[in-house]
Design a protein around this ligand. Structure first.
Ligand SMILES: Nc1nc2c(c(=O)[nH]1)N[C@H]1C(S)=C(S)[C@@H](COP(=O)(O)O)O[C@H]1N2
Ligand SMILES: [Mo]
Length: 422
């Protein structure tokens, strides 16, 4: 009969997998060192892209305080900037899930190590690990829930993911500072002639089992398994931001979209007109008016036909959503935002603008754009796309499109624009 060993997870002998060891943990840790750093930077950048300084309209984390120290004005060039940074953030985050899980699995015996604290320093280290593991799981979970489950946290995802990121990354930095030298040494030693089979010498205090079971797969094989899982996730996700024919490979892309169909308006839709409660009654030529106003200044009301008689301009711009998906460039045509600012008295440099949709409910009814975004000649109140009128789902009668901005700032079904109020 086989000796099953101790039954309690607090005993080192309880953990029998021969795969656990310093080398295995180190390789996964080094991958995460690079990957999580990129996730953190692209995440902070994404927050900056929302124009959080245009409070209270855009800012969803009003108490950011010192954590907002780095904020900068998100540029309008290159126009695919947010497509790149957010595509990277979401695709990389999903790709790293197997690596994160394997890394946690490889060190799980340490979670149960007794005594819980041998000294004050040890107690502090364990608390930091709690923040590290808890913060990491929290960030990955909230991120995945947000893109897959269609905003399960109404309005509160941003502060959760933002504050969580700082807690996670602070603990991550402390951990990386302590462990990276050891991890690099472990990987280097292994490279010198080892075959990836057994752990090199005693693994004092490391994750290796003192009484390992017989291996069924070697550590290199296990790493291939983790890498294969990551590759599979990558291949079934990346298509949503790369686009073109590859979009069909994005099997894991968020569900619940309306089928955009073919033709000039046949590209992704976030929220449909039906979902937003926008009907043909409100958008009909007799009822719909665009109100352009400047507080204490002029107010202009325009029909769609009048808008079409203003100078029309074109711009090829993508839509890039915080969820990680994006469209290729579409040809938008309409009135420049800065020309609309001029209608209400801003002849020189235009100011910020608050854009409000005729949609009555929902998180994305209004968004504020910065002065430099309004001034960009490619920023349009679009009336047409790819040579056709906007479809109801893409924002008919008129929608905003701004280069390099996150999709959420491209308000659809625009009803009112207020220049110079924020
Ligand atoms: N009024 C309104 N505008 C909106 C939204 C919305 O829900 N309501 N969604 C925004 C988001 S999050 C994105 S990504 C883009 C998507 O534009 P599309 O549906 O035309 O692709 O529209 C933005 N404009
Ligand atoms: Mo979006």
């Amino acid at each position: 009969m086989r000796d099953d060993g101790p039954r309690l997870p607090t005993s080192p002998g309880f953990w029998r997998s021969p795969l656990r060891g310093t080398w295995f943990t180190s390789v996964l840790g080094l991958v995460l060192l690079v990957g999580v750093t990129v996730l953190f930077v692209t995440g902070l950048v994404s927050y900056a892209a929302y124009n959080p300084d245009l409070a209270p309209v855009n800012d969803q984390t009003p108490d950011k305080g010192l954590l907002g120290f780095y904020l900068f004005s998100w540029p309008t060039n290159p126009p695919w900037l947010y497509r790149l940074t957010q595509g990277l953030h979401v695709t990389l985050g999903i790709t790293l899930i197997p690596v994160l899980l394997a890394k946690l699995w490889s060190v799980v015996p340490k979670l149960f190590a007794l005594p819980p604290a041998r000294s004050l320093a040890h107690a502090l280290e364990r608390i930091s690990l709690l923040l590290l593991v808890g913060g990491g799981l929290f960030e990955f979970t909230t991120g995945v829930l947000n893109i897959q489950l269609d905003y399960v946290f109404p309005g509160s995802f941003y502060p959760l993911h933002f504050y969580g990121a700082w807690v996670f990354f602070a603990a991550f930095l402390a951990h990386a500072a302590l462990k990276t030298p050891k991890a690099l040494r472990a990987v280097r030693e292994r490279r010198r002639g080892e075959d990836g089979q057994a752990s090199p010498g005693p693994d004092e205090g490391g994750p290796a089992s003192p009484r390992p079971d017989a291996p069924t797969v070697d550590r290199r094989g296990a790493l291939w398994f983790v890498g294969g899982a990551s590759l599979l996730l990558f291949l079934t996700t990346a298509g949503q931001s790369i686009g073109g024919a590859l979009r069909r490979t994005a099997l894991l892309a968020p569900h619940g979209w309306a089928d955009p169909g073919g033709g000039p308006n046949g590209f992704q839709i976030n929220k449909t007109a039906a979902y937003a409660g926008v009907g043909t009654k409100q958008t009909a030529a007799e009822t719909w008016r665009l109100v352009v106003t400047a507080p204490g200044g002029r107010t202009v009301r325009l029909t769609r036909a009048e808008l079409l008689r203003l100078p029309q301009h074109s711009a090829a711009l993508p839509i890039a959503c915080v969820e990680g998906w994006s469209t290729a460039d579409q040809w938008w045509r309409g009135v420049r935002l800065r020309d609309l600012a001029a209608l209400v008295g801003y002849d020189g440099d235009p100011p910020d603008v608050l854009v409000e949709s005729l949609q009555l409910h929902g998180a994305f009814r209004r968004a504020a754009l910065r002065a430099d975004q309004v001034a960009d000649p490619r920023s349009l109140l679009a009336l047409r796309v790819n040579g056709e009128d906007l479809s109801p789902d893409h924002g008919y009668p008129a929608r905003v499109i701004v280069p390099a901005a996150p999709g959420v700032l491209n308000t659809k079904w625009v009803a009112r624009m207020t220049f110079g109020e924020l």
